[in-house]
Design a protein around this ligand. Structure first.
Ligand code: ADP
Length: 229
């Protein structure tokens, strides 16, 4: 099967108070097109850093990230942003919606950035998909956590991403809302074949994926198929 993501010898270090802090140490793995993958590990083990590098939000210290056949290391920040706009969806634990924009406007932003047409109608469609058409004129602070996460999903779906990266997508949600969000994410995988890479502490969410990658102290310590794999 083709891979949408190839990570080779990926390392990330930070300089702090004259010392070098190694956050990721020579990570290697590939992700097959259309697959579902969980990244798990203790707090501080480097999961968020790894996801950010895979999605082109940040740059590695050494090693390579190849996303959809494109070597991200060779790109400028603007070029990486372009790759993200075209191929990548990203959702965050704390939603990261723009507080001064309504739900509808938040979903319209990436459509606008890509210079697309009929963006209002498209954004309304996306909000409808996540069951929020009646909340389209609400601001993020007027929405519950689950509703905000569903707006951020609508925003992430807006470019029909080939790959969705989700960083603790249910970390701030109650059990019932978390089930709804998980269903939306897996529906996207089933219906559109979108590849999923999700960082999670939630064993139930991890068990729903086909594969679990374990990170500890910046190293990949296990890479296992689940019963779905
Ligand atoms: P996790 O997602 O597994 O909790 P993170 O990737 O957020 O782990 O962080 C891994 C380590 O990298 C932590 O020790 C964190 O303090 C450190 N770290 C993350 N970002 C920076 C930064 N910009 N500067 C220095 N250290 C950082």
């Amino acid at each position: 099967m083709d891979n949408i993501l190839n990570i080779s010898d990926l390392s990330k270090t930070y300089q702090s108070a004259g010392r070098t802090l190694t956050v990721l140490d020579q990570i290697n793995f590939s992700v097959a097109v259309g697959s579902t993958n969980a990244i798990v590990g203790p707090s501080g083990s480097g999961k968020t850093t790894l996801l950010g590098l895979c999605a082109g939000l940040d740059r590695s210290t050494s090693g390579t990230v190849e996303l959809n056949g494109i070597n991200l290391n060779k790109l400028t920040e603007d070029q990486r942003a372009q790759v993200r706009n075209q191929h990548v969806g990203f959702i965050f634990q704390n939603f990261q919606l723009l507080p001064t924009l309504t739900a509808l406007e938040n979903v319209m932003v990436p459509l606008e950035l890509r210079g697309e047409k009929n963006i209002k109608a498209r954004a309304l469609d996306l909000l409808d998909k996540v069951g929020l058409s009646e909340r389209s004129h609400h601001y993020p602070l007027q929405l519950s956590g689950g509703e905000q996460q569903r707006v951020s999903l609508a925003r992430a779906f807006s470019n029909a991403p080939r790959i969705l990266f989700a960083d603790e997508p249910t970390g701030n949600l109650d059990a019932e809302t978390s089930d709804k969000v998980i269903k939306l994410i897996f529906d996207l995988n089933k219906e559109a074949g979108t590849t999923l890479v999700v960082v999670t502490h939630d064993p139930e969410l991890a068990a729903k994926t086909q594969r679990i990658i374990r990170i500890k102290g910046g190293k990949l310590i296990a890479d296992e198929k689940t019963i779905n794999g």
